[in-house]
Design a protein around this ligand. Structure first.
Ligand code: ATP
Length: 643
């Protein structure tokens, strides 16, 4: 069961509701072949097919080749029905059964058979003759066809090689070494800095690049050197691609975009030639902006990763470095690369003159989350009651992409239920779905439901009364994801640092469910396993790493690399057996101390525990307001009037 504020957030892919949604699909740079060339290619291909068809037709003819002697025998037996003379060849039909005829052909003997004609007349055979000229032409054609076929294949494939496969469906296999970068013209990118919420520092940093791309001559005149490469560093979904696209749009320059992995193929050298090709294309249309996403897939430290494909990756990286060195100050090309693993990048990439400008993109804080929600709800029909502030407060740890996805989920839910506007309930449902998982059918019997209600009420009541705890947001006994119920809190501000009192209150709240079960049912259940695990891990961190224990003092016991000689004898620990025992004792003391606090809160307020549990059994979900109204009706009523 999920205890206070422990909701884990699955990572999501961005979908819909994206300011970029109106963009044209990125197109590859294309030079369509002239119509004449296309017709010629078509003609050659048709000829090849015809040749093949004729060959098969001729070779596959059903006529049976028989010796001349056999033909004369059929003739004497009165079986031959008709014959046609064609040069030194003779073909026709002979009867095998009453109504069954077989086509045959044979070669006439070099010495004229004087008996043949009288025999044919005698047996009343129908005679025909083909002119010798036609047969010769056919023979010549038949002999030429294989050659025509070979020449055709050669011409077509060499044209494909030269033209990079353009004009052929799918581009053909000869596009292998061509850059896979997608090119979008600056004016076609429908996303600008207005569509990016937050990220102020990053936008300021890139403002200089925009000015350079717009007016390169201004910078050249004064001799200023603009960074050639900018590295965007941030967790997934924080808007790195979005920022790069918007930068190209603001500067009004062509935007080449590619991911690092698209360079690398099975064959060594392909990646490097793709890099060369991409830079060549960019130079042709400069000023331009090149965006390389996931640069770490080609740019990881050269010596660090062994294994297959290393040569190819190294060559690709070397080519990127060579191209960056090859830029002269006159070429207004800026390369923006993105990564969420700056630690593994080759130092050659980040040295001055290459990707020397680093721009950090962090997960958005509360105000930035609110702004991102506003950007993404712009294009959605929202109802007036939508409380974006509350959603922003309840989405700690969400990236911009997660928030875009949440808004889209809410819109999908509303549309599915036939609504024409997205109201707050849809936003809340979408948030719960993303944070806590899909709704699950309850398989609990009445006793288990009652136990779950008391368990969650225990968490909620402890959270409500602990002095340093975050405010309650929601309590529910509706099963979601892996949990049978959950209690959720909402910090007033995003926290980057946690005080000792706050952490102790968290341990107390985690134990609230188990304590409530013990108090009401006089036993504990296995349902608290997750709570116990989290409480123990937190207590261990406090004691071992954060110096939050008086007996052990301000020491960190979690860095084996700083250990003293001989620590291997201690199983990789950097401390003695005695200290290990002390740590175990102190961790357990810390948990037990807070369990006692929790028990005191619940025992003293048993009637409040019953109130919450009963309300949960009735309504299944309670908001912070519902709990306020239950536990402190007077204050809640005052707050409601003030609202
Ligand atoms: P990855 O590292 O996974 O490639 P990324 O950092 O490049 O991710 P983007 O692809 O730029 O992330 O972001 C995905 C989507 O998230 C964007 O298209 C946009 O809809 C939304 N988004 C992210 N950050 C912001 C923001 N600051 N303002 C508005 N929308 C944002």
């Amino acid at each position: 069961m999920l205890a206070a504020g422990q909701s884990t957030k699955p990572h999501m892919a961005a979908t819909g509701q994206d300011p970029q949604a109106g963009d044209k699909p990125p197109q590859a740079p294309q030079n369509p072949p002239p119509p004449f060339q296309r017709w010629l290619d078509l003609f050659i291909i048709t000829l090849m097919f015809l040749s093949l068809a004729t060959l098969f037709d001729t070779r596959g003819s059903r006529s049976e080749e028989i010796p001349y002697s056999e033909f004369t025998e059929h003739l004497r037996n009165d079986q031959v029905a008709s014959v046609t003379f064609r040069g030194d060849r003779l073909s026709g039909t002979y009867r095998v059964e009453i109504d069954q005829f077989i086509e045959f052909s044979t070669t006439l003997p070099p010495i004229e058979d004087a008996e043949l004609l009288p025999l044919l007349v005698e047996h009343s055979v129908v005679l025909e003759a083909d002119t010798a000229q036609q047969s010769g032409l056919m023979l010549v054609l038949l002999n030429l066809l294989p050659w025509l076929l070979i020449i055709g294949i050669f011409v077509v494939s060499s044209r494909m090689m030269r033209g990079g496969g353009k004009g052929f469906p799918g581009g053909g296999m000869f596009t292998f070494t061509k850059s896979k970068a997608r090119l979008t013209r600056g004016e076609d990118i429908k996303v600008g800095y207005d569509d990016i919420a937050g990220l102020k520092a990053a936008k300021d940093d890139l403002g200089e690049v925009i000015d350079f791309l717009r007016h390169p001559e201004k910078y050249r005149a004064i001799g200023a050197r603009i960074p050639k490469g900018i590295l965007l560093i941030g967790p997934p979904g924080t808007g790195k691609t979005l920022l790069a696209r918007a930068t190209a749009a603001e500067a009004g320059v062509p935007f080449f975009s590619i991911t690092g992995s698209e360079f690398v193929e099975m064959f060594v050298g392909v990646g490097a030639s793709r890099v060369r090709d991409m830079y060549k294309q960019a130079r042709e249309v400069a000023p331009a902006l090149i965006f390389i996403d996931e640069i770490d897939s080609v740019g990881r430290a050269r010596s660090s990763a062994a294994g297959l494909g290393n040569d190819e990756r190294e060559q690709t990286l070397n080519q990127i470095l060579a191209e960056m060195d090859g830029f002269s100050g006159d070429e207004a090309i800026v390369v923006i690369a993105a990564t969420n693993r700056p630690d593994i990048l080759d130092t050659a990439l980040t040295r001055p003159g290459r990707f020397d400008r680093k721009v950090m993109l962090d997960l958005p804080q509360r105000q930035a989350r609110l702004d991102i929600l506003k950007v993404h709800t712009r294009k959605v029909a929202m109802s007036d009651d939508a409380d974006l502030e509350r959603i922003a407060a309840g989405t700690v740890g969400f990236s911009g992409a997660d928030l875009a996805n949440l808004v889209n989920e809410a819109a999908l839910l509303a549309a599915r239920e036939g609504r024409d506007r997205v109201d707050n309930s849809y936003l809340e449902r979408a948030r719960d779905k993303v944070v806590l998982g899909e709704l699950r059918e309850s398989l609990l019997n009445e006793d288990e439901r009652r136990r779950t209600a008391y368990h969650e009420a225990g968490h909620a009541l402890t959270a409500y009364h602990m002095p340093h705890a975050d405010a309650l947001r929601k309590v529910s006994i509706i099963p979601r994801g892996m949990a049978l119920g959950f209690t959720e809190q909402m910090p007033a501000e995003d926290k980057l640092n946690y005080g000792q009192h706050y952490l102790e209150d968290r341990i107390a709240i985690m134990l609230g469910g188990r304590c409530a079960e013990q108090l009401v049912f006089d036993e504990v259940s296995s349902g608290a396993a997750n709570d116990l695990q989290q409480a123990t891990v937190l207590a261990r961190h406090m004691v071992k790493e954060w110096g939050m224990n008086e007996s052990l003092g301000p020491l960190n016991f979690d860095s084996p690399e700083q250990s003293f000689p001989g620590h291997e004898l201690l199983g990789g620990r950097a401390y003695s057996e005695h200290t290990a025992e002390l740590i175990d004792d102190e961790v357990s003391q810390l948990v037990l101390k807070n369990e006692a606090r929790t028990r005191a809160v619940l025992t003293d307020r048993r009637e409040q525990l019953d109130l919450i549990a009963t309300a949960l059994l009735e309504k299944e979900s309670l908001s912070d307001k519902d709990i306020g109204a239950l536990l402190d009706p007077a204050t809640e009523a005052e707050n409601s009037v003030a609202d």
